[in-house]
Write a protein that binds this ligand. Structure first.
Ligand SMILES: *[C@@H]1O[C@H](CO)[C@@H](O)[C@H](O)[C@H]1NC(C)=O
Ligand SMILES: *[C@@H]1O[C@H](CO)[C@@H](O)[C@H](O)[C@H]1NC(C)=O
Length: 221
């Protein structure tokens, strides 16, 4: 199976690299490829092979590599735009979109028209400032629709810095080993689990009424 996929992928790479004009024409001509979402997942499966075997990439010519970097960068930019658009969709509308820390992320929920975001760091990272008694940051009418933060200015809620120990935050403020923010966000089950934990933590502080579940999600830096 893996071998077949590799051959299919190899043929695709060579085809794409040698005949970009033909490919572009084909895509424009029949939008059957463009409108078929199944294909996006098939490409993702094929790419999984590349992540585990560098061989096909190593065998490409320099200009082929350059072509593919350019193509994939464009695709990645398109997906990132869609992702950011989704991250802007929450209430209260007057609050700016918070910036997630690099090497970590934010678990965000809206309750009674207040936005709560819990900063989290990936494994091997820790918060730049002690925040053990400060689980989350918030934005709402009571904050003048700006974010509370330990950092100076703006909507950056926390920094995650390289560290062999994770001691500056509460235990639940760290992503699981081998499951960083991006992986968690890409897995609906794992994402829900983090949101459930955060909602429980808020409920302990009597923040639970008027929960707007449509705006529960994780964003990554
Ligand atoms: C989309 O692509 C998949 C696999 O390539 C194929 O099985 C399916 O029939 C296609 N769907 C449509 C609507 O063309
Ligand atoms: C998604 O996350 C759950 C844990 O929350 C894990 O058991 C499962 O294997 C993950 N699925 C994938 C495809 O990584």
């Amino acid at each position: 199976m893996l071998y077949t996929l590799r051959i299919v992928w190899g043929v695709f790479l060579l085809y794409a690299a040698y005949f970009p004009a033909v490919m572009a024409h084909k895509v424009a001509e029949g939008n059957t490829i463009c409108s078929n979402i199944t294909i996006l997942y098939e490409i993702a499966d094929a790419m999984e092979c590349l992540l585990h075997s560098f061989e096909p990439v190593a065998s490409l010519e320099r200009s082929q590599v350059n072509f593919l970097v350019w193509k994939y960068q464009q695709i990645l930019d398109t997906f990132k735009k869609a992702q950011e658009k989704a991250w802007n969709d929450f209430t209260p509308k007057n609050c700016p979109t918070p910036l997630a820390p690099s090497n970590g992320g934010l678990v965000c929920v809206t309750i009674a028209n207040v936005r709560y975001c819990k900063p989290m760091c990936n494994q091997d990272y820790d918060f730049a400032f002690l925040r053990r008694s400060r689980l989350y940051e918030e934005c709402g009418q009571h904050t003048g629709y700006s974010w509370t933060t330990q950092l100076v200015g703006g909507s950056r809620l926390a920094d995650c810095i390289a560290s062999s120990v994770a001691v500056s935050g509460q235990k639940s403020a760290y992503f699981h080993p081998n499951m960083n923010c991006q992986q968690t966000m890409a897995n609906a089950t794992a994402e829900k689990e983090h949101i459930r934990i955060f909602l429980q933590e808020l409920a302990k502080k009597d923040i639970a009424e008027q929960h707007e579940a449509n705006y529960d999600y994780i964003i990554c830096g």
